[in-house]
Write a protein that binds this ligand. Sequence first.
Ligand SMILES: Cc1ncc(C[n+]2csc(CCOP(=O)(O)OP(=O)(O)O)c2C)c(N)n1
Length: 397
Amino acid sequence: MSTASYPAPSPAVSPAPANDGSVHPVARHPHDATAPDVVRALREDGTLDPKNDPGLRTEEVLSLYRAMVRTRLLDERLVILQRQGRIGFHIGSLGEEATILGSAFAMRQNDWIFPCYREFSAALWRGMPLQRYIDNMFGNANDPVKGRQMPDHYTWKKGRFGSVSSPIGTQITQAVGFAWGAKVKREDTAVLVYFGEGATSSNEFHNGMNFAGVFKTPVVFMCRNNGWAISVPTERQTASENFAVKGEAYGIPGVRVDGNDLFAVVKVTRDAVARAARGEGPTIIEALTYRLSGHSTSDDPKVYRPEAGLDPWRRLDPIPRVRQYLERTAGWSEAQDKQIEAEIDAELKAAVVEAEKTAQPSLESMFEDVYAEMPWHLREQRDELLRGTRAKGHGQH
Ligand SMILES: Cc1ncc(C[n+]2csc(CCOP(=O)(O)OP(=O)(O)O)c2C)c(N)n1
């Protein structure tokens, strides 16, 4: 691991226009993780700053490290499967593993997580079997949503994990409403909601923040500032100093954290959960990280993003940073890396083989799960479909 310092904000973006006559000039650092207010724990030499050390046990760090490596290998494998035409789509988390896993880890067992669409590792952390996730990627009969959604749009209620939605921001109001319900019922439940910085331009962000601020709902708003909303850079998304500061308008404290620092993410998320549990209300966390891949497998980032811009962020890759810590504290070795990589590889291969040999969802499953009792018009539609030509062709290809 090199001793690189954080990259400055993207030079491709022009500075904010001069603010003539401004009464409150703003220093804009929407994607500068060197800013003095950014919380960090893991130092460049692999030691921890005692001020922000969340005090994780070695076994905890080891399982988080394994989960990060598994996430990375899954991402890589799923892109290959998409390129081979075996699955239709993948939306990955390359480079964002520490933000996602560190925050999921910090939630208590009874807490809920409302995902955006990049957080499959959080669902797996919460116990969703790898096979169910891969089944969703293939949309087969064992897919938790029965092939009725895109890949990466699963649900895992058993793990207190909300459904993935494609429209930007919908999960924010859902999470706030859910947390409000828990508060009304006097349950000791906090809710973590993930979204990208692009989602702060959505109505739902403002609706959710306002409601959560007024009613002090136990929500942790986790804004993954990964530099881009598809091809729109961070600097083009806000005139605010940063994204955490947006909490101020709603009476919600904002925290900025190095999102590539697993330990710092655990620390700030735990603090936010503790605040929520004390009845003090929501917190917005802005995790400064970087999307090293394309937005999704349908995106070509070379069109809008110079490759060289990635180098500083590759040096800040969250996985080698944790590995360096483990080398120092637990004698982690390259041989151990090879071993877990081989185990994960075997696990992924087996899950793909199983998913590919599983049948398609049945046609009638299209009509299930909407009403407790199927109304007459859906029964008629289902019966007609099952009698029709489509049913005859179903399963023949
Ligand atoms: C309401 C809505 N508008 C537009 C889109 C198209 N869209 C899909 S992803 C995306 C960018 C989201 O960026 P960000 O919120 O920063 O999340 P990231 O993908 O970077 O994690 C957009 C505009 C959408 N899905 N929903």
